[in-house]
Design a protein around this ligand. Sequence first.
Ligand code: ATP
Ligand code: MG
Length: 357
Amino acid sequence: MEANIVLLPGDGIGPEIIQQGQRILAAVAQRFGHTFQFESHLIGGIAIDQTGDPLPDATVTACRNAAAVLLGAVGGPKWDDPTAKVRPEQGLLKIRKELQLFANLRPIQTFPELVDASPLKREIVDGTDILFFRELTGGVYFGESGRSTSDGVESAYASMVYSVPEVERIVRLAAVAARGRNNRLTSVDKANVLEPSRLWRQVAQHVMSEEFPDVQYDVVLVDAMAMHLISRPRDFDVVVTGNLFGDILTDEASMLPGSLGMLPSASMGSDGPGLFEPIHGSAPDIAGKGIANPLATILAAAMLLRHSLGLEDEAKAIEAAVRAVLADGLRTADIAGGSPSIGTEEMGTAVLEKLQA
Ligand code: ATP
Ligand code: MG
């Protein structure tokens, strides 16, 4: 396969971790006989510094023409002035919009070697492997909102709106992913109280019975889900939910593995390139030191192969290589728990060697 991959290193540790992600993708291409072309473009603070724009037009055009985009992180103290007109994060919001990325994918996976870093007991979290689909462009975050004052009392409102097509497209995406895993999908809503949730449930039920009768499907209320996530996370496989619930539940779930430097994420649309990135930020406190953990980015590269290029074996090869280096006891400082650690590049090299072996 030939594919054009755009790299958006961004700020802070972004360039260091993206470099490792690129090495791994290049090694996959070599091992499996693919041709990947890489192009780097500006986003975030560095783009503001060089062009005055957190998302220059050249970046948008390159991303639109790419098969997929691998992003590092944006932002840092240099651009933290909240009154500034242009801010690094605007670049990220805008590229998501330009590429019409309406689904945010977050795998929550624990690694047996790191499970003691979890705030929860090993017997609860060990073996957790959930893939969240959070709707990203609708719901209460984008509904009509405002304030009014009546009889001297000020109030504020925000409306939660979901349309049938908005629910259909994300449920379809999640159901397709479920087929690639264990054929199980859970939809999370608040249909006992909220009308948009009743629509969500009705549409999801319809899509599943009409188009995915082979996928085992169930629904859970969001309040119950918040409890289940920390009492029995292993019982869930693919989970699909709206913007607000997904925001809260994925942050809750990201605590289960106990290591930020290990978690990738993706944003996808119906067609066109997906955007793949680590869930952590630009980590300005360790930028330039060569100690950042590149594994979240390397696992994001695996997601890129799976979800944008359809290369499942290649994705699995990366994930197996990551598990193998962890099994060898190799650790960057953030996951070392006091034992000896290696740097960003050494970790990249270790994964590379497993891939080539
Ligand atoms: P955001 O920029 O998304 O708002 P944040 O500023 O809250 O995120 P991060 O930039 O993710 O946070 O950093 C939080 C802490 O985690 C920092 O101490 C940072 O050094 C550490 N950290 C984040 N990513 C990594 C990584 N890949 N390797 C090692 N440490 C990391
Ligand atoms: Mg940050």
